[in-house]
Design a binder for this molecule. Sequence first.
Ligand code: 26A
Length: 343
Amino acid sequence: MPTNSLFAFGNPLLDIQVTNGEALLKKYNLKPNDAILAEEAHAPIYDEIAANYAVAYVAGGAAQNAARAAAYVLPPESVVFSGAVGDDDLAKQLRAANDKEGLKSAYYVLKGEKTGACAVVITGHHRSLVTTLRSAEKFNKDHLSTPEVASYIDHAKFYYCEGYFLTHGVESALEVAKKASLASKVFVINLSAPFIPQFFKAQLDSLLPYCDIVIGNEAEAEAYANAQGLPEPKNLPAIAQAIASLPKINPSRPRIVVITHGAESTILVSSEDIKNPKEYPVNKVPDDQIVDTNGAGDMFAGGFVAALILGTSSSEAVEVGHRLGAMCISQVGPQLKWPKERV
Ligand code: 26A
């Protein structure tokens, strides 16, 4: 197994998680299951939860979570993550979490600035994510050409980008995706949240021709279908087929589209076999073992991609993804079980 086989990039965030957040949802007018960028009205939420609630601080950021999941499955030294952080205590916590789990951090560090954070408001099995990007949205494309990062990119066989990164970083994403495509390597995009296909349609549309793997959940698929005017916005196999059929710059690989659906079956469509959407049932985690669902989709995605890197079939890779998603749900926030379990 060559080292540094996966290069992931996105917004590195520290999650500040609270449970029983019903009052917070009401006060800040949040949907129980959503992910948004903080607007002015949300600004006080970070201080408020730190002062008034028992909070858990855990490493977050969608692509960084997926990268930690991939590192869980792959041999040491296989996964690198890049994104922009400040030079503060939050960045220290993120580095420490990555170090502990065998994920290399190749951060772009902004001196004197703050690292991004995500308020995670848990109510029952739902999670509402309110993100302040801070340094994360100041990622500079030049960072990709620094000797260390350029070498990671050259060595990688797979690339993973979160949809969230497209709110500010589409040029960087395109640069990596074009390299991947030219070298016939695998570029993965995760749709991340409904607001990405909805409000960052142009950015997503410009990247999709370079994408070999597209991962999303049912809400993101529906938002994609609505944004594109597809006829059946609830028909997940049809949406996966539509994405799999989009033009592709590198024709030597099929495009695989995976749509997760919580505890319902995962849908997979390959452009090689477009007429045959596959469905993979999920082993449901018993209610009394569910802690929270924050990060489950990211852990699925990281596990799925890692299994493909190891050379498994896409069906087996979905199973690995399901196992990591289930493991994450039984931990606080986007975390896996330590000491490591076999997946
Ligand atoms: C730009 N936004 C809104 C975001 C995020 C985000 N990661 C990157 N960019 N909003 C929430 N997250 C992360 O998603 C994980 C759960 O899927 C959270 O940090 C959380 O760990």
